[in-house]
Design a protein around this ligand. Structure first.
Ligand SMILES: NC(=O)c1ccc[n+]([C@@H]2O[C@H](COP(=O)([O-])OP(=O)(O)OC[C@H]3O[C@@H](n4cnc5c(N)ncnc54)[C@H](OP(=O)(O)O)[C@@H]3O)[C@@H](O)[C@H]2O)c1
Length: 277
């Protein structure tokens, strides 16, 4: 089933690379108008050009691709700056914003917890936990005022769950665990405004964060050992399909969930690592 998002507007943070870029592209391909946000404007401009050049065959039954606009947002910034950026974003397309995809995030360097700088901890939480909240606050207040039945999707990580604890990632894991809870509590609090909130805890996908790993020749073999599905995630369609569903009215009664998209990795346990092939 193709979800037609024509008439909807989605704001995607962290759309300049990796998962966010592909989510923004997929939303546009489903007819959604997209506000692509990040700090690296040239990358966002390149995405805008790509979306503007998307072909469309009216006879195919596929929605006409939406438009993509670029907006500079630093989600680790001050609340006033985030709110001002969202105010600009709200006015770009007619009808404000229907969908917020809180995707921007940083992993940070691999560090022993006892050597982790306070500034790194703070920066990680500002981006991965406080940023999504400030984005929800800025977008959600406007959704409430406009009586919109909005949808918030927060991209978190299995690093914030017990099934995938990454050594050297204390601040990252803790910030993503907080983001998981943030998303669930928002569903509880914002339901009265008809605003939904769901989180997607991602497993491993190729992006700027993981590029070095994905370049290793042995990396696919690791997936065969520890991912029951036998492969690492591919953003499109493994992540995009769920985000499209959560953006669409087909999921109007779906809120407060934490969806895990990781091929159920590590399910096989350590003994799988000993297997010879
Ligand atoms: N790739 C994976 O395997 C994986 C697994 C689990 C979870 N995730 C999560 O998925 C999300 C996307 O990550 P990715 O893997 O696609 O990494 P990525 O390619 O490095 O993308 C991160 C995005 O976040 C943006 N960003 C970072 N800090 C920001 C800030 N302060 N303000 C605004 N934008 C900011 C970056 O844009 P600018 O630098 O241009 O601002 C970039 O577009 C993250 O939340 C990450 O934790 C990824």
């Amino acid at each position: 089933m193709v979800h037609d998002l024509t008439g909807k507007v989605a704001l995607v943070t962290g759309a300049s690379s990796g998962i966010g870029r592909e989510l923004a592209l997929a939303l546009a391909l489903h007819g959604c108008n997209v506000i692509a946000c990040a700090r690296r404007l040239p990358l966002l401009e390149a995405l805008r050009a790509e979306v503007a050049a998307l072909p469309w065959d009216g006879a195919s039954g596929a929605p006409r691709p939406g438009k993509l606009a670029v907006l500079r947002v630093d989600v680790s910034g001050e609340e006033s700056a985030i709110d001002a950026a969202v105010e600009d974003g709200w006015k770009i397309f007619e009808g404000g914003i229907d969908v917020l995809v809180n995707n921007a995030g940083i992993r940070g360097p691999v560090k022993d917890p006892l050597d982790l700088d306070e500034a790194l901890w703070d920066g990680t939480f500002r981006t991965n936990t406080k940023g999504p909240w400030l984005m929800v606050k800025a977008v959600g207040r406007r959704m409430r005022a406009a009586e919109k039945q909005g949808s918030i999707v927060t991209i978190t990580s299995t690093a914030g769950l017990e099934r995938s604890m990454l050594p050297g990632g204390l601040a990252y894991g803790a910030s993503k665990a907080s983001a998981n809870q943030l998303s669930k509590l928002l569903a509880l609090e914002l339901g009265k405004y008809k605003i939904r909130s769901n989180a997607i805890a991602a497993g491993l996908f190729r992006s700027d964060i993981t590029d070095k790993l994905f370049e290793k020749a042995w990396w696919p073999k690791v997936a065969k050992k520890i991912v029951p599905m036998g492969r690492w995630g591919v953003v499109n369609p493994d992540m995009t399909s769920l985000v499209i569903l959560l953006a669409s009215d087909a999921s109007a009664y779906v809120t407060g969930n934490l969806f895990i998209v990781d091929g159920r990795h590590y399910h096989k346990g350590p003994s799988a690592l000993l297997a010879t092939d």
